[in-house]
Design a protein around this ligand. Structure first.
Ligand code: CP3
Length: 346
């Protein structure tokens, strides 16, 4: 349950529709490899998944960026692929290669998997540890992947440039693919409710690969499953805001915002804030959308990109964020410069 009145967290006020002179701010992947203290803990524990499953370490990593920067939110340190892992796929993060899931669902039916729900418990423990330590003016965000994006990894076993295998599978056998989507949706709802009950204030749905779908497929595999997830959260944990982030959705963002029921809309860096201001209801909080490469470059490029975003979203509920995760080569001083620019305003 959100307690905006007693919590006094600016980011939760924004999610409730309040306009602030300085937008609240956090960064996608704010806990991660650009921070030396993250790299040190990762080296000590041996790898990414080892960190996620060591709740005290995962809680510490969640809080690391807030010890350095005046962000308005902590985001749970975990990964969207914990859901397939709990559905019974094996998960490995190989150095320099990204995630691998097996068996892939192209060759094996969903029925071949045995669910391992205990794999979610450590994540809830991380939430409880962070919650106990988080200052009340900070929002705590939980998250999950959207069903489509999670399915692309489950079907193909790893990331791919254009999600070819999964898009083809969805056309070839829509009944089997629908069963995969439904199973992901069902577990995602329980997982998000578990996070909320353990202490997160709001949740974000990451749909990183929604951009590869044709409009009709987008309706079926992005909008429809998200309607189910958002409705279940709203019904079962009323007052918990849901931020939808359909990366790459382009002009389909407008129907996504109207139809899914999300409380706020994440924008990636390819969206012109001017387009978003004109096409997304003025009352819907928007989040974004600085190009992570402008942050990496710094200087004049950073200043003008930040000014354009602040100017365009002034007067409407806006959470300042990147359009996608911070890049690991980003200098820490650039993050300090960004905070100064956002807090100073235009
Ligand atoms: O934003 C945050 O700081 C919260 C934590 C978080 C992670 N992954 C940590 C992570 C979140 C919200 C995610 C989401 C996620 N994971 C997405 C959706 C958002 C996006 O980035 O598009 C996706 C597609 C994944 C799957 C995933 N996890 C990939 C493809 C990779 C490898 C690529 C990479 O950046 O290394 C990961 C690993 C991962 N997840 C890391 C972190 C900090 C890097 C792990 C490491 O090497 O230390």
């Amino acid at each position: 349950m959100v307690q905006t009145a007693t919590r006094n967290a600016p980011l939760l006020d924004c999610l409730a529709g309040k306009v602030a002179p300085v937008p609240p701010m956090w960064m996608m992947r704010q806990a991660g490899r650009y921070l030396p203290e993250y790299r040190a803990l990762r080296a000590e524990k041996g790898g990414f998944l080892e960190l996620v499953y060591d709740s005290p370490s995962a809680a510490e990593i969640t809080l690391q960026p807030l010890r350095r920067f005046e962000f308005d939110a902590a985001i749970l340190f975990s990964d969207i692929l914990i859901v397939p892992y709990a559905m019974g796929q094996d998960l490995k993060f190989l150095a320099g290669e990204g995630p691998h899931l097996s068996p892939t669902l192209v060759d094996h039916a969903l029925e071949g998997l045995t669910a391992v729900p205990e794999r979610l418990e450590a994540i809830y423990e991380t939430v409880r540890l962070v919650k106990a330590d988080l200052s009340p003016d900070k929002a705590f965000l939980g998250f999950a992947g959207s069903a489509w994006t999670v399915a692309t990894y489950m079907v193909n076993g790893e990331g791919s440039r254009d999600q070819h295998a999964t898009r083809e599978y969805a056309y070839r056998d829509p009944v089997a693919f629908q069963a995969i989507i439904d199973a992901i949706v069902d577990l995602t709802i329980e997982y998000l409710i578990g996070q909320i009950d353990a202490g997160v204030d709001a949740v974000q749905l990451f749909d990183s690969w929604s951009g590869s779908l044709s409009p009709a497929q987008f309706e079926r595999w992005v909008i429809a499953p998200n309607i189910r997830i958002v409705a279940a959260i709203h019904e079962r944990r009323p007052g918990t805001p849901v931020i939808g982030f359909p990366k790459g959705a382009g002009e389909k963002l407008a129907s996504y915002a109207r139809e899914t029921g999300v409380d706020a809309l994440g924008l990636d860096e390819t969206i012109d804030p001017v387009w978003a201001a004109a096409n997304i209801a003025e009352t819907m909080p928007v989040q974004g959308n600085l190009d992570p490469l402008a942050l990496l470059a710094g200087g004049e490029a950073l200043e003008s990109a930040v000014a354009h975003i602040l100017r365009t979203f002034a007067g409407r509920p806006h959470i300042f964020n990147l359009g996608h995760g911070i890049l690991q080569q980003t200098p820490i001083e650039h993050v300090h410069a960004l905070l100064t620019l956002v807090k100073r305003g235009v």
